[in-house]
Design a protein around this ligand. Structure first.
Ligand SMILES: Cc1ncc(COP(=O)(O)O)c(C=O)c1O
Length: 495
């Protein structure tokens, strides 16, 4: 916790007006700096006397501002040490580097690139939390016994030693055959085994795709709000990202078309089945418009079909990649939602020569996947157990979705707009009045409820007036209590 030696007058840039109490203006000024990331969790604040002198105000006014921020969870006092920005705030401790910003660190003898993106771990805490996650599956439902049995059988095979050497960098052929059949039967996709590369989750598939496809300075259009780990991947590839807005069907193709007229767009990243984070599904007309644009302007579509199986309508929508005129689509999917996130099996499918190149790159960072796991998963797929599990899980999630909407209607109807999502494992709520969602997340954490901080979703990292609430792992009592606490926290969050 470093003491800040900065002139507070310039930091706060206060222009005290008459519209609200002065202490409130100081408090709001400090909150704005915390949200902007200039005051980071754990930073020390000056004593009230010093700050009062520095900004030329009465000490009591500063004390009042500090007291309010402490009560709201923005600041905390440490006995005999002073006042600090709360460590519990779900905000990045260091500001993300802006696109193309130099980011070189050094130790004594060498310099290195300092990466600071990545997927945040769940905030560790001893208090039992009600976690509204990103929309993750309930890992307690994962077919563990079946997987363990398949593992055991594999290790008992006569030729088990074959699995212990170097293997194909695209993944075990047996699993690629099983995936190719599943894609053809369930998703109308025609990819042969050489057009599929198995990766460790879709994150690696996205990374490799971006590296192979995008050259530094290329324009890549992304959904905004969207999936931050995908933004990070394109940033690493040196892309210039162009955020495109959304409507009730996902990416706004009119906006995209306007961009295409002025820039040579290399690729568009989309989550058409259940847009992340808003959950909306792209219907056939919009899909055709997007494919037509791709063919007209020659950009690749990176289709992230991350939770294909959890669709509650009569059937899942067919992927963009399955359409007859899908000439430029790279298809990415994963078993993270279908089996469990820790089973790091994802895959990318596309034109064979593209997959050749991607597989060659993969070898440079990861010689091969996990052949034993891949055989075990292939075995579950061949026996129909993955399908069986998906059906069972879908039934359970359908019930939980109904439960969630029941409690949303009970507690949230007045304060937020939401739709029953056609698929996926999360709800998207947009507040009817402005809500400070960072403050809300911080307050909820103090009450044992965790929600995802919404600035993760927006391209410019500004908080949104919305919440994404994953429901798949929650019991009815947790949903009820969690939603009740969210509504209760809206009041002190100046709703
Ligand atoms: C948009 C999106 N893509 C991909 C994934 C899956 O990532 P992985 O397969 O690396 O676990 C997720 C999981 O949360 C996701 O939300």
């Amino acid at each position: 916790m470093g003491q800040m030696l900065r002139p507070w007058k310039t930091i706060l840039n206060l222009e005290i007006g008459a519209d609200k109490a002065v202490f409130q203006q100081i408090a709001d000024g400090l909150i704005a700096e915390i949200i902007k990331g200039r005051l980071k969790p754990g930073m020390s604040l000056p004593g009230s006397r010093i700050l009062a002198e520095d900004i030329g105000l009465n000490r009591k006014t500063v004390v009042l501002a500090y007291e309010q921020l402490i009560a709201e969870g923005w600041l905390e006092t440490v006995y005999k040490k002073g006042t600090f920005v709360s460590e519990k705030l779900p905000i990045q401790k260091t500001r993300r580097k802006q696109r193309n910003e130099e980011s070189i660190s050094s130790v004594k003898n060498f310099s290195f690139t300092a990466y600071n993106e990545g997927i945040p771990a769940n905030i560790p805490t001893d208090v039992p939390l009600i976690v509204f996650n990103d929309g993750l599956p309930d890992v307690k439902l994962a077919p563990l016994d079946e997987l363990a049995r398949a593992y055991k059988r594999i290790f008992q095979q006569k030729a088990r030693w074959r699995m212990l050497g170097y293997a194909n960098e695209r993944g075990e052929e047996r699993l690629r055959i099983a995936l190719s059949m599943m894609l053809s039967m369930d998703r109308a996709l025609n990819f042969n085994v050489n057009q599929i590369c198995i990766t460790r989750g879709s994150q690696m598939a996205l990374y490799l795709t971006a590296q192979v496809l995008v050259k530094p300075g290329d324009f890549v259009a992304i959904e905004n709000p969207g999936y931050r780990p995908a933004f990070d991947v394109f940033k690493h590839a040196g892309a210039i990202m162009l955020p495109v807005g959304l409507d009730e069907q996902g990416i706004d193709v009119k906006q995209l078309e306007e961009l295409c007229k002025s820039q040579a767009i290399k690729a568009v990243y989309v989550t058409p089945h259940h847009q992340f984070p808003t959950t909306v599904s792209m219907k056939v007309d919009r899909r055709l418009q997007l494919l037509n644009l791709s063919n007209q302007y020659g950009f690749a579509i990176i289709e992230d079909d991350y939770d294909h199986d959890y669709h509650f309508g009569s059937r899942s929508l067919q992927p963009l990649a399955s359409y007859a005129n899908a000439h430029n689509v790279i298809y990415i999917s994963s078993l993270s939602k279908l089996i469990a996130p820790a089973v790091r099996v994802g895959y990318v499918a596309g034109p064979e020569s593209f997959i050749d190149s991607l597989a060659a790159l993969r070898m440079t960072i990861d010689r091969q996947g996990d052949p034993v796991m891949e055989h075990a998963v292939a075995e579950l797929m061949e026996e129909g157990l993955v399908n069986k599990h998906a059906k069972k899980a879908l039934g359970i999630y359908r019930e939980r979705r109904a439960m969630m909407v029941k409690y949303l209607d009970l507690y949230m109807k007045e304060v937020a707009d939401y739709e029953l999502p056609e698929g996926g494992l999360a709800f998207w709520l947009v507040f009817k009045k402005p809500v400070n969602t960072i403050q809300l997340a911080a307050q909820l954490l103090n009450n044992g409820v965790q929600v995802i901080s919404t600035e993760r979703f927006s391209f410019d990292e500004q908080p949104l007036n919305a919440l994404r609430l994953g429901y798949a792992s929650l019991e009815a009592t947790e949903m009820e209590r969690g939603l009740r606490l969210i509504v209760a926290s809206l009041i002190p969050a100046r709703y």
